[in-house]
Design a binder for this molecule. Sequence first.
Ligand code: SAM
Ligand code: SF4
Length: 412
Amino acid sequence: MMADLGYAATNDPASADMILLNTCSVRGGAEEKVYRRLANLRIYKRDGKKQIIAVGGCVAQQEGDELLRKLPYLDLVIGTHNLHLLPDMVRGAERGERRSETTFIDNEQRLDLFPSIKGESRLSRFVTIMQGCDNFCSYCIVPFVRGPEISRRSADILTEVRQLADDGVREVILLGQNVNSYGLKSENEPSFAGLIRKVAEVAGIDRIRFTTSHPKDMSDELIACFADIPKLSGQIHLPAQSGSDAVLKLMGRGYTRDSYLDKVSKLKSIRPDLVFTGDIIVGFPGETEPDFEQTLSLMEAVRYIDLFSFVYSPRPGTKAAELNDDLPKGQKMNRLDRLMELQRRHTREISQTYIGKRMSVLVEGEGKLPGQVSGKGDIGRIVNFIGDNSLIGTFVEVKITKAYPNSFLGEL
Ligand code: SAM
Ligand code: SF4
């Protein structure tokens, strides 16, 4: 969108005509961080320099006009449903107008407003298939700042995927807060499993990933895709959040420990080499030591190759923010440390099992060391190996020779 207005990217904030902070508010401290960053960016605007400063994303949505009121040097605040207004807002700001737009847009209208992706050729691209979320997990701010869930039209998604394939993209990552509920609210759209099958038919796209998958909506139809769609990646992100039924209930996640583990074992039996990644929150209000131990034992049962772990952070307006968050900070940190220690062991043990095995790698660029190229293996991890730059853009088979905490070393 900015390119259409005649703008180009720069790495030098001092010379930029516009700086836009794209923000996240999923955990606390985000607002303060934005205010701090804006205060630092302000120095570039001194001496009467005409520079546009803008804030977008979830903090913009949450704070709205308040940001403009508090910060006289801020020009634009653009909410999560208002990206289509960006060109008009930028033109206005060039004439000295200050503006904040954070109104949520009607669902039908939103379907026509998905920004289309162009420019910047890369081999792996995200394709947004849905926006927003209706789940209202008790700790989560996403439904408040991203609005209700809508699924993009499958015809639009497929047009975009075909366009990307024509531009040389080889891998797509289908993106949404809960991709598993794709299409469920519409009679005319396929289910998520149906959508994957259609994307898999696009020639040129040879690997498909998706995120995020909510365990409660993981259907048998979707699980079956892992058996017969070879393009589907060998890794799935399936956030459990906790291993304790009592905590899962308070979180409003809509599944139990057993039903989660049941889906994991179905997936493992249908595709034994599938690897799992996940998200866990520690220190949710009322989480007892036995609850936390249930989470550790769930990790032992699943054995994630990688895990994103977070200390619970109360978010304004959410149901959990009303609960008594009285667990001492030291105890929360202690649980996080223990959890991360266990995860480091699992990551190490699982990665070691790949040594000597072959892996399909999409070569995406030069590697860390001279003479090396680098790409992502089927299980989503980076693989570096000695190879010619002419391999970039192709899938090759690489034998894994060494496992590091976040990557592999291999041989072509
Ligand atoms: N839609 C995805 C799902 O349901 O799994 C996750 C979206 S959220 C942006 C990413 C992760 O942030 C969540 O899976 C959760 O672990 C974490 N998260 C969300 N709210 C949080 C909070 N209030 N405190 C700590 N972690 C939180
Ligand atoms: Fe947040 Fe994900 Fe729950 Fe939606 S499903 S409320 S995005 S954690």
